[in-house]
Each structure stands twice: as C-alpha cells, then as structure tokens.
Write a protein that binds this ligand. Structure first.
Ligand SMILES: [Zn+2]
Length: 369
C-alpha cells in the first residue's frame, strides 16, 4: 500500500508537473500579449510653438492676454531655454531618453490627417488610427468607431484592464463608454458618479467650475494616480484639457501655467511607473495633442479649426519607454496623429492590422518593430 500510494503520489506529482508546464506555456502565450503596458496622455490643443519655443515673448507681455506679466516673465521668459522652463520633463527627460517630434523649426513635423482641426475629430483619429469625415462636431454623440482602447478591452489579456480618465466630459461619447465597457471617469460628474465617497470626488465637487463640460486637470491627475496605485491597469488613457480652454478664454498666462503643471503631471506619472514593479521596465508613455492652434494674427492662438485658424492642424508627439528608440525621427514629410493607435498597439506587442488594416501605420520610433 505504501509503495502503491507513493506510486500514485508520484503519478499525481507528475501530472501536476505536466499541468504546471502546460499552464506556464499558456501563461507565456498570454504574457506575450499582456507583457507590455501603456500610458497615453493628451494635452488638449497645446501648440507645437509653445512646446518647442516656450512662452511667446510678445504675447506674454500683452496686457490683453496676460494679467500676471511679471510672474510669467520671471518664470517663463527670463530663463535662457524657454522651452525647458515651460516643460522641463518633456524636454529634459522624454526628448533625451525617448522621442519628441513635431518641431517645425527644426524639420520635424506632425499633423492631424482630419480636415476639422478640433477635438472630437482629433481624438477619434488618435484613438482609431484614422479620420472619420462623418464627425463634424464636438457634440457628435456616441462614437460609432471602435477605439484601440475598446478593441483591447475586448481581448482576454486586457479585459477590464483598460481605463480612461479625462477632464472633458465628451470622452464618455468619444470612447463610447456604454458600448465599449471602458471605465471612463470624465468631466465634473465622472469621479462623483463612480466613487462618491472618494476624497478626490469630494474635493472635485467643492472646487470652482470654470467650464461646465471640463473639470480642472488637477482632479484628472489625482484620479490617474489613484488608478495607477490601486488598480494598476494594463493601459491607462489620461486626457487633460486646461491648455485648450484657457486659450479659448484668451488667458495666455493660464495656458502657460497649465502646460507647466501638465508637464509636472507627466513627470509624476513617469516616476510612479518607474518605482512600481507592475510597471517598471515594461511600460511605454506616449504624449500628444488633439490639434494645434491658429498661427495667423495677434489672437489666432486663441482658436483652432479649419479653415479659419491656419496652422491648427499641427501637432506633436512624445514617447518614452522600453520599446522607444531614443532620438528616433520618423522618415517622410510629416507624421500623422492617427499613427499613434498603431504605434501604441505595436508597443504593446500586438498586430495593429488585426485592429484595423486601414489604420495609419506605426511611427518608426519603436525598437525592433
Ligand atoms: Zn478647443
């Protein structure tokens, strides 16, 4: 009996070992797909001129656009490197260790391929990989197109592991929250509806509301950090807004501070990713904008949209992470914002053509891809 039992035990152990090997094999197949993580951040309507040239001296000195001229001059005009002063993380870390493209002063170019040059068409292009001419308004309603985030959320390896936090409430429609099943925490009611007792929701409810459809970015950042710390999604999309709305309002000082704060948000997100074993060494960060701003006339910067606001199709893209070739510059005349979807999927180890063969191809900024 003893001998037999140990024989049975050996058989069971052998089966368990075989099963473990089989499971590990299956796990590897999944791991190939779930191995990489991604954070995509958008800074709404932040002009490439501000990103690459820093604060505009003439505009920053204009009482029509800037109330706090002395403070702005000290912080953003006095430093020798104005771009670095405005966005130290973007230039000091992302551009050096990763990629920053769209500097038209130095032969680099990115633009939206859509012919609208405003937000919903821009985000649709970024998230689906191509323009949709049927989207002609920011009040377009639920998006008929499937974003790469929704597509990921339908795959076993990513199911329930993709999240979006956004200042602007239109992301409920852009990401088609109802159909996609993506958790979308967007606008003033976003966090309150999902987590009414969360301290962030309480602060948000008590904060001044400058714009009805967009909450202040500090709350979006707080929700993003909470997601990274507590739920650790495989893919997180963070959409900030202030750089666009303060520009529409004509407050250039507030635009500059918003861009500077957003740069700090990026630095904190990146630092959090580097210190968390769930993310460290396997997470790429991509940062971009949905459209540019007008470049003609003294007040052109306040608006965007074709055809009035010439130049507002110009965008920029930054990327950093284990899959990004430092200093890479895509060949060709001008990259498009639609290439971000395929770039993100490729960085995640997936075949972007399985998502949409008609999507714009990946940017040539990834290692070995
Ligand atoms: Zn706008």
């Amino acid at each position: 009996m003893t001998h037999q039992r140990s024989g049975v035990a050996r058989t069971v152990l052998g089966l368990a070992a075989a099963l473990a090997v089989a499971l590990a094999g299956a796990g590897r197949a999944d791991a190939a797909e779930g191995d990489r993580r991604l954070v995509l951040v958008t800074l709404d309507g932040l002009s490439w001129t501000d990103v690459f040239r820093g604060a505009d001296p003439e505009r920053a000195a204009d009482p029509a656009f800037v109330t706090e001229r002395k403070a702005i001059a000290d912080q953003f005009l006095a430093p020798a490197d104005r771009a670095q002063a405005l966005m130290p993380f973007l230039h000091g870390v992302m551009a050096r260790q990763g990629v920053l493209i769209g500097d038209r002063d130095h032969g680099s170019c990115v633009a939206v391929a859509n012919d609208k040059w405003f937000s919903y068409p821009g985000y649709n292009e970024i998230l689906t990989g191509r323009p949709d001419p049927a989207i002609t308004s920011n009040e377009h309603g639920p998006n008929a197109n499937v974003t790469f985030l929704e597509w990921l959320n339908r795959r076993p390896a990513f199911k329930g592991r993709v999240e979006a936090v956004a200042s602007w409430d239109a992301f409920n429609d852009i990401l088609n929250a109802r159909r996609s099943g993506l958790p979308v925490n967007a606008g003033w009611d976003g966090g309150e509806a999902q987590a009414p007792d969360d301290p962030i929701a309480k602060l948000q409810a008590d904060a001044p509301r400058i714009w009805l459809s967009a909450r202040l970015d500090g709350f979006t950042q707080a929700w993003a950090m909470e997601a990274l710390h507590e739920r650790k999604p495989e893919v997180l999309f963070v959409a900030f807004d202030e750089t666009d709305d303060f520009a529409h309002d004509g407050h250039y000082d507030q635009v500059l501070w918003a861009a500077h704060r957003a740069d700090g948000f990026l630095a904190r997100i990146w630092a959090a990713l580097q210190t968390d074993p769930a993310y460290a060494g396997r997470t790429d960060l991509i940062v971009t904008t949905d459209h540019g701003r007008g470049t003609v006339g003294k007040a052109g910067w306040r608006g965007h949209g074709k055809p009035i606001y010439v130049g507002s199709d110009a965008t920029w893209i930054a990327a950093i992470g284990p899959d990004v070739k430092p200093g890479a510059r895509p060949a060709g005349d001008c990259a498009t914002s639609g290439q971000i979807a395929a770039t993100a999927l490729t960085a995640l180890g997936l075949d972007w053509k399985a998502f949409d063969p008609a999507a714009a191809p990946p940017l040539d900024i990834l290692k070995g891809k």
